[in-house]
Design a protein around this ligand. Structure first.
Ligand code: CA2
Length: 145
């Protein structure tokens, strides 16, 4: 049976491709979902993508992932820089975790330079646009082979 990867997205990423294209690009989250599903088929991975604007909901999605999926790719958005709850939830997940940021957070405001999630992530991608999700998926295929 194909291994499943859950791609979790935090607050405001539902607006991807609709606002601030100079920072986040022109692709929508639906485009990301379609591209990753296609790449997943090539890699023999099943891909599910979710987005939530609510911290507790993201925590619950991570809890659900413990039973159902082999790997998590997460762009926690602003919660990256604030959420011990998301870090704690990820610490209960046993498989690989890859953190993705569309923009280069290190070239932005200093409050974006610290990530709680990086304390758990097996790898971090930042500044490669939405292509970062595909690169994370390729790495998942290697880690889960
Ligand atoms: O670069 C990233 O992927 C971020 O995780 C995006 C977050 C930001 O708070 C992080 O520091 C870096 C913001 C997501 C907002 O998404 C939007 C997308 C399109 C239009 C408006 C907001």
């Amino acid at each position: 049976m194909a291994k499943t990867i859950h791609i979790l997205n935090g607050p405001n990423l539902n607006l991807l491709g609709k606002r601030q294209p100079e920072i986040y690009g022109a692709d929508t989250l639906a485009d990301v979902e379609a591209t990753c599903a296609k790449l997943g088929r090539e890699l023999g991975l099943e891909v599910a993508l979710s987005q939530s604007n609510h911290e507790g909901e993201i925590v619950e999605m991570i809890h659900a992932a413990r039973e159902k999926v082999e790997g998590i790719i997460i762009n926690p958005a602003a919660y990256t820089h604030t959420s011990v709850a998301i870090l704690d939830a990820l610490n209960t997940f046993e498989g690989p975790v890859i953190e993705v940021h569309i923009s280069n957070v290190h070239r932005r405001e200093s409050f974006r330079h610290h990530s709680y999630v990086s304390l758990r992530a097996d790898g971090v991608i930042a500044g490669l646009g939405v292509e970062g999700y595909q690169l994370a998926l390729r790495r998942m295929a290697t880690l889960l082979a």
